[in-house]
Ligand binder design. Structure first.
Ligand SMILES: NC(=O)c1ccc[n+]([C@@H]2O[C@H](COP(=O)([O-])OP(=O)(O)OC[C@H]3O[C@@H](n4cnc5c(N)ncnc54)[C@H](OP(=O)(O)O)[C@@H]3O)[C@@H](O)[C@H]2O)c1
Length: 243
């Protein structure tokens, strides 16, 4: 398989690259930090069929699209690049809000605008979104981030209805807390925190099974789902006490 992974310089993206580095797979690793990508490329070269890096900022949409357009056919894209801006009850500044949407939402569309016609031509292809359990519940401290991931869910769902007919699989992954540079910054106890390796193993299994939507860890997902079934006033009380 030829696999494009965005946000491959650290965390889930780098671990996805490690676990997909086999002789059957050619990897294309995209992120901004060239040193990290180069080090990963050297590490994975002996294990993968081929490892290419693309140094790019996913919010420079035109440049990004040009770099994706010259890739030729790709079997799978994992839209993993993402940011959070920390946890605060304060109103998110407009520029941070925009940054979140540019990276977490619009960059994926910029990439798919280039790749989808190719997938249609191939009559195959897998699109993997890395959303979040945070898309299912919006805490006062993560409202902007949660809203971007909820936007991802809506976009992935619509794409799936449209492109399933063309043999294109759309997979949406909703992870809970997984060790990464992003979660290293959190100064609170993260429930059901998974190691990077364990979290990524689960993601890869879900991709292999072509799960349409995969939310994990199960217990955390069930707690959030139960909260969402409560009457609104009760949910508000509980969210505020947890917050
Ligand atoms: N870790 C968790 O608990 C968790 C839970 C649910 C969902 N997620 C999602 O998982 C994905 C990966 O996050 P992570 O936890 O692995 O965090 P991470 O270690 O901070 O990785 C984020 C990746 O995104 C890349 N990135 C950020 N801004 C970019 C930009 N403008 N252009 C290109 N690449 C950019 C970073 O690379 P450069 O800085 O080198 O560009 C990095 O490789 C994100 O979408 C996140 O929302 C994570």
């Amino acid at each position: 398989m030829k696999i494009l992974i965005t946000g491959a310089s650290s965390g889930l993206g780098a671990e996805l690259a490690r676990q997909y580095a086999t002789k059957d797979n050619s990897l294309i690793l995209l992120a901004r930090r060239e040193d990290k990508l180069k080090a990963l490329q050297e590490e994975l070269k002996p294990h993968a069929k081929n490892v290419k890096i693309i140094v790019a900022d996913v919010t420079e949409f035109e440049t990004l699209q040009k770099k994706i357009a010259i890739l030729g056919f790709v079997d799978m894209v994992i839209l993993n690049a993402g940011i959070s801006i920390g946890h605060s009850e304060e109103l998110t500044s407009f520029s941070d809000f925009k940054k979140l949407y540019d990276v977490n939402v619009l960059a994926s569309h910029a990439i798919l605008e280039v790749l989808l016609p190719k997938f249609q031509e191939q009559k195959s292809g897998k699109i993997v979104f890395i959303s979040s359990l945070a898309s299912l519940i919006s805490m006062p401290t993560s409202k902007a981030y949660s809203s971007t991931k909820r936007a991802v869910n809506a976009y992935a769902e619509g794409l799936r209805y449209k492109y399933n007919r063309d043999g294109i699989k759309v997979i949406n992954i909703l992870p809970g807390f997984i060790v990464s540079e992003m979660t290293d910054k959190n100064n609170f106890k993260m429930p059901f925190l998974l190691s990077t390796q364990a979290g990524v193993q689960k993601i890869i299994k879900a991709i292999e099974k072509n799960k349409r939507v995969y939310a994990f860890p199960l217990r955390f997902f069930l707690i959030i789902s139960a909260l969402n079934l409560l009457p609104r006033f009760l949910r508000e009380k509980l969210v505020n006490s947890v917050n």
